[in-house]
Design a protein around this ligand. Structure first.
Ligand SMILES: C[S@@+](CC[C@H](N)C(=O)[O-])C[C@H]1O[C@@H](n2cnc3c(N)ncnc32)[C@H](O)[C@@H]1O
Length: 211
């Protein structure tokens, strides 16, 4: 019962604060500013990306957790473009095949329980010319010491961080889902502990199938 109280009443506020770390906000701007038209954002959270969609006309805000979405409502109401809340999970997207130009995920792929299924869904609903834009913390690509710590602490992190995995190799999962990288930038985010500091900002498209 105490854990349920933490998850429902405390965690959404913690998330809203931590995800506003200045270095993360700077990278949100870099990822989102070039995007135009209609967008699906998966794991919309508390709506922290809204101010950075400078060229967007409409947004599907997919967020399964109503306690988290509640903290987004004010940002949604003040948005200068149309936002529709979609209360679904990324593992089963309520969109037609090849129907979307842009899909966005910021620090959501770490938390999705069935990540490969969600990536298959993103692949299904993206147009052949569409782009999936992502910004995620990742399994450290080089340091064996940090990788071990990430694996050791992931069970605890999943409990306190609503399912968040510290040790996901996002690049590998994305490649396995038949995407190709258009942009791929690994960086260390300032002000974030070493265990979750390595980030990936990427833009990917569906891999062209050879006959
Ligand atoms: C760390 S938060 C990031 C929130 C937001 N994207 C941001 O950048 O601040 C992870 C988000 O993923 C959402 N999430 C968890 N499982 C999900 C799923 N299966 N499908 C879609 N979103 C999910 C959570 O509810 C939460 O809002």
């Amino acid at each position: 019962m105490l854990y349920q109280f933490y998850q429902r009443r405390i965690f959404p506020h913690l998330l809203n604060q931590v995800m506003q770390t200045a270095s993360l906000m700077d990278r949100r701007r870099e990822l989102l500013l070039p995007i135009e038209g209609e967008v699906l954002e998966i794991g919309f959270g508390t709506g922290l990306n809204v101010p950075f969609y400078g060229n967007v006309d409409s947004l599907y805000a997919l967020e399964p957790n109503p306690d988290i979405y509640q903290l987004a409502v004010e940002r949604v109401q003040h948005a200068p473009f149309y936002i529709k809340h979609v209360q679904s999970s990324a593992e089963k997207l309520p969109f037609a095949d090849a129907s979307l130009d842009h899909i966005v995920s910021t620090w959501t792929l770490c938390s999705i329980p069935q990540l490969d299924q969600a990536l298959a869904e993103i692949h299904r609903v993206l147009k052949p010319t569409g782009t999936f834009h992502l910004l995620e913390h990742v399994k450290h690509p080089d340091s064996v010491k940090i990788q071990s710590l990430q694996t050791l602490l992931t069970p605890i992190q999943k409990r306190i961080g609503d399912g968040c995995h510290l040790n996901r190799d996002i690049e590998r999962h994305v490649l396995q889902a038949n995407f190709q990288f258009i942009v791929k930038d690994y960086f260390d985010a300032e002000g974030i502990p070493a265990i979750a500091q390595k980030m990936l900002l990427a833009r990917v498209q569906k891999r062209e199938m050879t006959a």
